[in-house]
Design a protein. Structure first.
Length: 559
């Protein structure tokens, strides 16, 4: 193959492959679309199958063929299949979820067999769904491009529609960046409150700040005991609009609420679909996202228990912010964020926060960031502007002591020796598990040390055992800068190197919170570079031992 062949279409690169596919299709009664070949250099065949001779089919070969499977479509003149048939593109869903059964060793003959079986099974609406993959109708509706609406809790989680006297009610919200109605409805909206019978529900606190500006929207919601069909959606919207008490306006908002498939065909969940009716009688259907905690947990199985755990994070800098963000995204919803420093624009090279947070206290801005990752954080979290192991009013010290005592896990991300020593003493005193997380100069390496009083050695024991065996670090002269002043040095290092240590710390934190993990090994040492600065990417999980000289562990274990 010459260098120029890389720019040729697949059928010119491999004429024998095209000839093979054409013979298969011709023998099945399909004909090549010469116009598509001449105008667009696409290989397209048309024909029909025995399962439904009246259904006109199109077989189109993607440029990635044979790596990617041939696509088979029908025309809008044919009745939509009851399953595995997209209403927007008319494509038949072949070879299973994400075409996982397709292989480059297969031919178009395999695609025809799949299509034949699919049409035969689902051309009648009475076919059993069983444990079929889900076919939520909201995934296949032609939406207005560049438009979306969010339905937050407590509105999205209302579930008692069958108990209401009337299956309809009012909602309000706001919509931002709307353009001329003649050009469609573009932008983003959020539903802020809704009336369900005599009950008014407002969205949870963080969602009020998700969109700034915009205009108010008002509309009617309708609960449908059975979901609308893809083909009958426009008729359903027209019937709902007819029931609305319309005032003179250029447009009106409607929300349909119904249960649709998720996970499997026989597993249903509540969903919303928002549309705007314009004065000319057209409906602009917007992609709608109901926010549901169970949907979050479905993507992170096994972590459901994190929602009720309390985590105190000491140090909201580059390393601490990444750990906190990981934990919030994983389901932790109750944080105490402790720091006393402000955010500088140049911190954004490594920090979870962006340049727009300049001048804000890190703990305050980070709490907002965590709420954006997991809105449940807002209801059970707080920040505390406080410098640990320093000069503080006694009342503040008492408050910090209470926070520490009530936590399920404390994470020290300060990398300050005096702070770690102080927190280790409090961990032993209050019987609270604590992680000590740090990176070396230049972020060449990092460490995660877990202390569970009564079960593992403490931080002092680890210090005694591993003080002289540290991960590699950059030369000191190249590792520190003194932007705020000589008493507040910061360090060099990349966000991806810190991310490695933060990910390891998060993994150990989750194991600790959920009561898992190997308690015989409580020290993770990561080396991103060797002593000369060359990459090595070495992760070690090591055992820590109780030390006889430790004034905390020695007396407890009789060493």
């Amino acid at each position: 193959m010459t260098a120029g062949n890389g720019c040729q279409p697949w059928f010119e690169r491999d004429p024998r492959l095209l000839e093979e596919q054409a013979q298969i299709l011709n023998s099945a009664g399909f004909k090549l679309n010469e116009d598509a070949l001449n105008r667009e250099q696409r290989i397209v065949f048309t024909g029909s199958l025995k399962a439904d001779p009246d259904r006109q089919l199109v077989v189109a070969f993607p440029e990635a063929f044979p790596s990617s499977a041939p696509k088979i479509y029908d025309t809008p003149a044919s009745k939509l299949l009851s399953r595995h048939h997209r209403t927007d593109t008319r494509q038949l869903c072949l070879f299973g979820f994400n075409e996982r059964r397709w292989s480059a060793t297969l031919t178009v003959a395999n695609a025809l067999v799949e299509a034949e079986e699919l049409i035969a099974k689902f051309k009648e609406s009475g076919a059993e769904a069983g444990d079929q993959p889900p076919e939520p109708i909201t995934r296949a509706i032609p939406y207005v491009q560049g438009a979306a609406v969010l339905v937050p809790p407590r509105i999205s989680t209302f579930n008692d529609f069958e108990k209401l006297k009337l299956p309809t009610g009012k909602f309000t919200g706001k919509f931002v960046h709307e353009v001329d109605p003649k050009k469609g409805t573009q932008g983003r909206g959020i539903i802020l409150e809704a009336y369900f019978g005599d009950k008014k529900l407002e969205c949870a606190r963080p969602f009020h700040n998700y969109l700034t500006g915009g205009r108010q929207i008002h509309g009617d919601w309708f609960y449908l005991p059975t979901p609308p069909t893809q083909e009958g959606l426009q008729g359903t919207l027209k019937e709902c609009l007819r029931q609305c008490k319309l005032k003179k306006a250029d447009f009106y908002w409607i929300a349909l609420i119904f249960r649709e498939e998720v996970k499997k065909a026989d597993d249903l969940r509540l969903t919303w679909l928002v549309a705007r009716a314009s004065s000319d009688g057209k409906f602009h259907v917007l992609r709608t996202f109901p926010y549901l905690q169970q949907e979050r947990y479905a993507r992170i199985p096994g972590l459901e228990g994190l929602g009720e755990k309390r985590v105190a994070l000491i140090g909201c800098g580059s390393l601490g912010s990444k750990i906190a963000a990981n934990l919030a995204a994983s389901g932790v919803s109750r944080f105490l964020l402790v720091d006393c420093d402000y955010f500088e624009p140049n911190n954004s090279v490594r920090h979870e926060l962006g340049v727009e947070c300049f001048g804000l206290n890190k703990e305050i801005a980070l709490l907002n960031r965590l709420c954006s990752l997991n809105p449940a954080v807002a209801d059970g979290s707080r920040f505390f502007t406080f410098q640990v192991a320093s000069f503080n009013p006694f009342a503040a010290e008492q408050q910090f002591f209470e926070f520490f005592r009530d936590s399920d896990l404390v994470i020290d991300a300060t990398a300050v020796h005096s702070v770690s020593h102080f927190l280790n003493e409090r961990s032993f005193e209050l019987r609270v598990p604590t992680l000590f997380v740090s990176v070396t100069n230049g972020a060449w390496g990092g460490e995660v040390v877990r202390v569970i009083p009564g079960k593992t050695p403490c931080w002092l024991c680890w210090q005694d055992e591993y003080y002289d065996i540290k991960p590699p670090s950059a030369p000191e002269a190249a590792a520190e800068i003194f932007a705020p002043g000589c008493d507040q040095p910061t360090f060099t290092g990349t966000t991806y190197e810190l991310g490695m240590v933060a990910n390891l710390a998060t993994s150990m934190a989750v194991d600790t919170l959920l009561g898992g993990g190997d308690l015989s090994k409580n020290y993770i040492r990561w080396s991103g570079k060797d002593e000369t600065g060359r990459p090595i990417y070495l992760t070690e999980t090591l055992k820590t031992n109780h030390q006889k000289e430790c004034h905390l562990c020695g007396s407890q274990y009789g060493i």
